[in-house]
Design a protein around this ligand. Structure first.
Ligand SMILES: Cc1cc2nc3c(=O)[nH]c(=O)nc-3n(C[C@H](O)[C@H](O)[C@H](O)COP(=O)(O)O)c2cc1C
Length: 140
């Protein structure tokens, strides 16, 4: 089992829920087929995604994603073996962290910083995992 995390910038001026749903609609079938689980976190400007599965499936999915013209400035945060899935049972769940209540948004901005008016999506592995855990907790 391997986990890969990357960050990228959307080519759109402003990401909205429709953008996230559009991306995930086709992704879900492919992720199910390749047994990939994970989460896609979006701010108005950036994406942070976790992909979990067999090495070769995570690798090929990532290369397809990298080639997608809907985003750019792709930064690999981490890719390595893990003992289990963080997102067991989640084919790929999308979270827009721009429609949060203001207390929550303030707390996330305090913890992770601010980028272009939104929560700064981290590029350090520990911080990215911490954000993934926070989002998972909030949505349980
Ligand atoms: C931010 C972002 C996240 C994506 N996540 C996934 C994903 O989890 N799984 C997937 O198969 N495709 C994902 N895609 C879509 C792929 O880039 C691609 O469109 C899709 O896999 C279909 O590939 P194909 O057009 O070569 O058939 C994502 C695209 C973007 C922009």
């Amino acid at each position: 089992m391997h986990r890969l995390i990357y960050k990228s910038r959307s080519i759109l001026v402003e990401v909205d829920l429709e953008t996230i749903n559009d991306i995930l609609e086709r992704s879900k079938d492919l992720n199910r087929k390749f047994n990939i689980s994970g989460a896609l976190i979006a701010t108005r400007t950036h994406f942070l995604q976790t992909l979990e599965g067999a090495w070769k499936d995570v690798n090929s999915t990532f290369f397809r994603i990298v080639a997608d013209p809907r985003h750019e400035e792709i930064e690999l945060v981490s890719f390595g073996p893990v003992s289990g899935r963080l997102f067991e049972g989640w084919v790929m769940k999308g979270f827009g962290i721009f429609d949060l209540n203001s207390d929550l948004e303030t707390a996330l901005k305090k913890k992770f910083g601010v980028e272009e008016g939104g929560v700064k999506l981290p590029t350090e592995e520990w911080a990215a995992l911490s954000l993934m855990h926070d989002i998972k907790l909030i949505n349980q």
